[in-house]
Every structure is written in C-alpha cells, then in structure tokens.
Design a protein around this ligand. Structure first.
Ligand SMILES: [Fe+2]
Length: 199
C-alpha cells in the first residue's frame, strides 16, 4: 500500500470560523495522514512476525483502526476544499440543484433536513453522497470518521461536526450557528464539481 500525502488548502477569511480554528483543524487533518501512514508501516512490520501470537493480535488491532484514519483524511479533504475560493451559490440551473429538488421537493427542504441531520448528538459528520448504483443522492450521519459510511457511495458534501470544528469560536451551545455559518461560507461550485465529476 502506498503512503498518503498531506494536501494543502488555501482557506480565505470565513464568517464565524476563525483563522486559528482552521489552522488548528488543518493540524488535525495532518494527524490523520500521519497516522494512516503509521498504520501502513506498523502492518508491514507486524506481518513479518505474525506467527508470534501477541504480534498477530497487535496486527489485528492496528488494522481495525485503519478505517478511522483513512476516512479522517478523505472527510477532511472534502470539507476543507469546500471552503476554498470563497462563498459561491449553487446556480439555479445546476444539475446538482435540479437533482436535490427532484429528490427532496425543493432545495430549501433538503437544506432544512440536512441542517437538522448536522445537529445529531455526538461527534461525527453530516454527509451528502451520490449513490452510483441507484443514481440517487443520499445524506447520512457518520459517527467518528467512519462508522456508518455508505458503501460504494461517493462523498459530495462533508460537514465536520466534531467539537474541534466549532467550539473555540462558538462554544458548545453555538453548534447551530456554526452549521448556519458553514453554509454561508460554502463554495457550492466545488460541491457541484464533486457531483458532476461522477456523472
Ligand atoms: Fe475535523
């Protein structure tokens, strides 16, 4: 398995979410890259001695954690990329808007539902996916970085609802305002491209 490389993101000044929060958050993203690579190295080492029972057990435990680190990389890459380039609206003529409207009745109906999803208690992510098998959009709550990820679906939009994303700027009680500000900062052109690249 090849190792992972940390991507760089140019995040402009945002509404509500401070530069310091983004700076610290990018360090956490770098940590997922580092730890995914550490797992790859650890697996390679432990496999050489897997006839030792303790090593076989350690190998299994290390492998079990890979999904957490890997999804931590990919989730954050979609999140940070969607905040690059400044806020841009989703054009009324866009294929993504039309698909959302067909699926949920209206764009605003989807947005209301998605914002409620983001308020799920606990740490995790609110995600919008494209289900290639059924050619449909789905949204789902993901615990941690990986628990509940939808098999064979592609990530279109990722909203980080771990407390490190917002507590320094909003306090725990300001979670709802963070969700509102995320959408006011969102570059929908990036989200539209995530979708159109799959079609
Ligand atoms: Fe995060």
């Amino acid at each position: 398995m090849t190792s992972f490389t940390e991507k760089k993101f140019l995040i402009p000044s945002l509404t509500g979410i401070s530069a310091k929060t983004i700076e610290e958050h990018l360090k956490l993203y770098a940590g997922y890259v580092k730890h995914a690579n550490l797992i790859i190295e650890a697996v390679a080492q432990l496999k050489k001695q897997s006839d030792v029972p303790a090593h076989a057990y350690a190998l299994a435990e290390v492998q079990r954690r890979f999904g957490f680190e890997y999804n931590g990389i990919r989730n954050h890459e979609v999140y940070f990329a969607s905040l690059e380039g400044g806020a841009k609206e989703l054009p009324t003529s866009s294929t993504l808007r039309e698909t959302i409207t067909t699926t949920w009745g209206s764009f605003d109906a989807w947005l209301t539902e998605f914002k409620a999803l983001a308020m799920t208690r606990g740490i995790g992510w609110a995600m919008l996916y494209y289900d290639r098998k059924e050619n449909q959009l789905l949204h789902a709550w993901i615990d941690e970085q990986h628990l509940g990820q939808l098999q064979d679906c592609s990530l279109i939009l990722a909203l980080d609802m771990w407390e490190h994303s917002f507590v320094a700027d909003y306090q725990p009680s300001g979670k709802k305002k963070y969700v509102e500000d995320f959408f006011s900062n969102l570059n929908w052109e990036v989200i539209e491209k995530n979708f159109s690249d799959l079609k």
